[in-house]
Structure formats: C-alpha cells, structure tokens
Ligand binder design. Structure first.
Ligand code: NOJ
Length: 497
C-alpha cells in the first residue's frame, strides 16, 4: 500500500516537473531577446528642437528664413524656441539616460558653426556649444551619432543657389572637414545628410505650391539630389584620406525608406511599386552601392526629357571618376522608416516635366487606416520587414542603422498606439537580424520628444516625451511609450503574443 502510494507520488512529481519544464520552455519560445550587437537610441534634429535661432553668433538658416518670411508653414509657427534644447540639452540627456538608451542621434546646425556657411568665418561659441554637448553625452554613457546636415543649410548659401548649385558640394565638404577636425576625436558615428529625397522632392513641391510657383520642378529635384550624393561621397573620401587612420569613425547617410504595396494584383501596379522604390530609394542607394543611378530611371527620364524638347536628360550624369568615388562610399546606410503606401500605375499623368510625372504612379494611403490603427500598424511594420529584405537582396546586404522609426498621432500621454507600433517594429527588426541575416546595428526612435514638424508646425506628435509648448520652460512629460522603452531596455526582451 505504502509502496503504491509512493509510486503515485513519484509519477505525480515527474508529471509536475514535465509540466513546469514545458511551460518554461514555452515561455522561453514565446519571447525574443536582442543581444548586445544592436544599440538603441533616439533621434532629433537641430532646427526641430534647439530654438535660440539667433543666439551666440548663429547665422540665418533657410528654415529661419522660411518661417519668418514666407507662408510655407501651415500654422505659421517657427522653430525660434522649439523645445529650447539649446539651453536645456542637459535635461534631454537626463531623459535619454533615464530610459536606458545608449545612443543619441542629433544634428549640428551648420549656421552655429559657420554663420555664413563658408569656412572663412568660424563661430567659436557654436563650436563650444556642441563640444560641451558631446562631452556631456559621453560622460553619461551615451554615444553621439551626429548628423551633419538635417535640412537647415545657411540662407546665404541658398542665395548662391543652394543644392541646385555644384559649389554646394565644396561648401558642405568644408563644413564636414571642420566637424571632423573639432569633434572627430569623440564622435565615431557620422551621418552626412538626412533624407535627400525629402529636401529635393517634398520640400521643393511645398515651395512650388506655397512660396514660389515658378520653382523649377522636374529639374531641380534631380540637380539637388545629384549634388547631395556628390557631397556625401566627397566627405567620405576626405575622411578616408585625412582622418580615418587616427579617428577610426564610421560614416553613413540616412535615406527615407517607406514601404509600398501594389493597389491591385495587376502586373502594372506591381511594376509601379518597383518604380516608386527606384524613384525614392534606389535613386540614392544605387549610386552609393553600384556607382550610378538605376537603369530604369536613367532610361525613363532620358526619353521623356527628349520628348519634352530638352537636348539631354533632366537627370544629370556622373563622370567615371565620380562613379568610382561614389561606389561603396559608406560604412552603413541609415534607414528612416515610418509608413507604408499603396501604389497604382498611372499613365494618365501630364507629360510636363515633373518628378511625379516621371515616376508614373500614384501613391496613397488607405482611408480605413484612419479609423483602424491596429490594421495600419500591421501594414506599416510588415512593410518594414519587406523593405529590409529588399535592401539585403538588391544592394549587397549593407550594414544598416534604423536611423529613424516613429509614429505620428494626435498627442496625449496615453499613447498605446505608439507602444504597439514600436513593439511590432522591434519584432520585425529582431526577425530581420536573427532570421533574415540583415545587419542592423542600431535602432533609433524618432523622436525623443514632440518637436517642430517642419511645414506642419507643432501639430504632429511623434515624441516619447510630450513637450508643453505654451510653457516658457518647455516642460517634458513621459508618455506611456517612454515607460515602455524603459522597461524593455532592462532586459531587451519582448514577449510574443
Ligand atoms: C523624417 C525627418 O528626418 C524628421 O526631421 C521628421 O521630423 C520625421 N521624418 C517625422 O516626420
């Protein structure tokens, strides 16, 4: 009898043990953990947060000019004060540190360092400001990831022609040289230019619509991008020759990489998706990886230009030497990813010279996404996975930074939609690294806090922290997403549900 009971007990204990092991095993399977090869951080840019637009010798940037003198901005707001980060950078550092983040991607205002844009006039106070800032970041265990140009070039250089002028390549190279010289001992990760497509296409279209209807669309987009690519590769070359041996830093560029789905299953729409990728992303990464623009773009713009009465393509050509200099001129590619779109082939667009007409596609969002954010987030983050594999397969699997990822909503501290978005994106990123073999080194959230959102003023909210823009102190308050990030970073583990 005793023996029988003992046997039963033994079986019971074994069953419990099996049960516990199964549960633990299951729990382990149902979670993912990032290892130390991926760094986490947040991103911002100078004009969007600093304020102090004319303090301590800073020169006028194009955004100072646009916000003060034109009707470009929807609500007429300015970045004159913004988040006041010029004065409160130590507060920002505390917030980043308190969340457990290890990288901060910020940009340097060109006009604080070189008020007129050219190197004959260096502003010592500007140099000191970023030097102190970089030191403070490092002292707090946060690695500075520095963007040299986040859209706010000097107004005086714009008068000289801005990115439509080839000389801009030299001005940007000299500016970069100044940054390497003064900060390269401490800054080891540089991003030359942020989202050339947004400046050369999106801003140009806004300027044409709201500021100057004579803006030369259809030509300026291509010239602007051409000079940005050349500036990037010159800076890369300069660094390799002059600084790499002693400073040992890495240089990349941040590209806007949204994802696109065909509106229907038709071959026409699928080809239109390919075209849209080419005109937004291939336009930049193709020269950086292979030394030239994508063949489809070259052929398409050439033939339309000739039909339109031009003597040559509106898309400029690279010389052989430029092609060699461009090829593989990066250590990493920054991927700025936010949303997805549907794409429909459109052959009915007008024949006038224009970037949109060249692309021959209509890009749109599904109206249902406005009422169903879960569905929207699913398609956004599925799109992120697709685009990461697209880069791996078509551009030699480069090292990537997710240099921006963020979610735009109406504001409020209870941002469960943003938490869901970040969680879903993190799962996609984990999968990309661990299953798809994609080399992602950093994941940077846009943004640390709500900021000046360019032509849309302060209405869009993308921050982990909310900023009270009516309070002179610009108080920052954590949202649910900031709390989520803090918790996540304690273990870098996510449960899959
Ligand atoms: C990309 C830009 O780099 C950044 O300046 C902007 O605020 C975000 N997108 C959000 O729109």
């Amino acid at each position: 009898m005793f023996c029988y009971q003992f046997l039963n007990l033994k079986i019971f204990v074994i069953m419990i043990a099996i049960f516990v092991i199964a549960i633990l095993g299951g729990v382990r399977c149902a979670s993912i953990t990032f290892n130390n090869s991926t760094s986490f951080g947040v991103a911002t840019s100078a004009y969007q947060i600093e304020g102090a637009w004319n303090e301590n010798g800073k020169g006028e940037s194009i955004w100072d000019y646009y916000t003060h003198n034109t009707r470009l901005i929807t609500d007429n707001s300015t970045g004159d004060v913004a988040c006041d980060s010029y004065h409160q950078y130590k507060v920002d550092i505390d917030l980043i540190k308190s969340m457990g983040l290890k990288q901060y991607r910020f940009s340097i205002a060109w006009t604080r360092i070189l008020p007129t844009g050219q190197i004959d006039n260096i502003n010592q106070k500007g140099l000191d400001h970023y030097s102190n800032f970089i030191d403070a970041l490092i002292a707090n265990g946060i690695e500075p990831v520095v963007t040299m140009y986040h859209w706010d070039h000097p107004r005086s250089l714009d008068i000289l022609g801005g990115w439509n002028h080839p000389k801009m390549v030299t001005y940007m190279r000299d500016y970069a040289d100044t940054l390497f010289f003064h900060y390269g001992d401490r800054v080891k990760t540089w991003i030359t230019i942020n989202e050339p497509h947004s400046v050369c296409v999106v801003l140009a279209q806004y300027l044409a619509a709201r500021v100057d209807s004579t803006f030369p669309l259809g030509t300026s987009e291509y010239m602007c991008a051409h000079h940005m690519l050349l500036a990037h590769s010159e800076i890369w070359g300069l660094y390799q020759r002059k600084y790499k041996r002693t400073q040992r830093g890495k240089i990349g560029i941040a590209l806007s990489v949204q994802s696109y789905f065909p509106a229907t299953d038709s071959l026409e729409d699928k080809l239109a998706v390919e075209r849209v990728y080419e005109y937004t992303f291939g336009w930049f990464i193709n020269p950086l990886v292979f030394g030239d623009y994508p063949t489809g773009m070259k052929k398409g713009i050439q033939s339309r230009s000739l039909q339109q009465g031009f003597q040559e393509s509106r898309l400029p050509k690279f010389s052989k030497l430029q092609q060699i200099t461009l090829r593989q001129s990066f250590d990493f590619i920054g991927v700025n990813n936010y949303i997805s779109f549907y794409v429909r082939a459109d052959r009915t667009l007008s024949q006038n010279p224009s970037f949109t007409n060249d692309r021959q596609a209509t890009v749109f969002e599904d109206p249902e996404w406005n009422t169903n954010y879960e569905k929207k987030i699913k398609i956004y983050t599925t799109g992120l996975g697709n685009i990461l594999r697209h880069i791996r397969d078509n551009y030699k699997n480069p090292v990537l930074f997710i240099s921006e990822q963020g979610y735009n909503n109406q504001g409020g501290l209870n941002d469960t939609d943003r938490v869901l978005y970040i969680k879903s994106a993190l799962k996609v990123v984990w999968n990309a690294i661990n299953v798809d073999g994609i080399r992602i080194k950093s994941y940077l959230i846009w943004s640390l806090m709500d900021v000046f959102e360019w032509v849309s003023g302060y209405a869009p909210k993308l921050g982990l922290y909310s900023v009270n823009f009516t309070d002179p102190k610009r108080t920052r308050t954590p949202k649910e997403s900031a709390k989520f990030i803090t918790e996540f970073l304690k273990t870098k583990t996510l449960t899959l549900s």
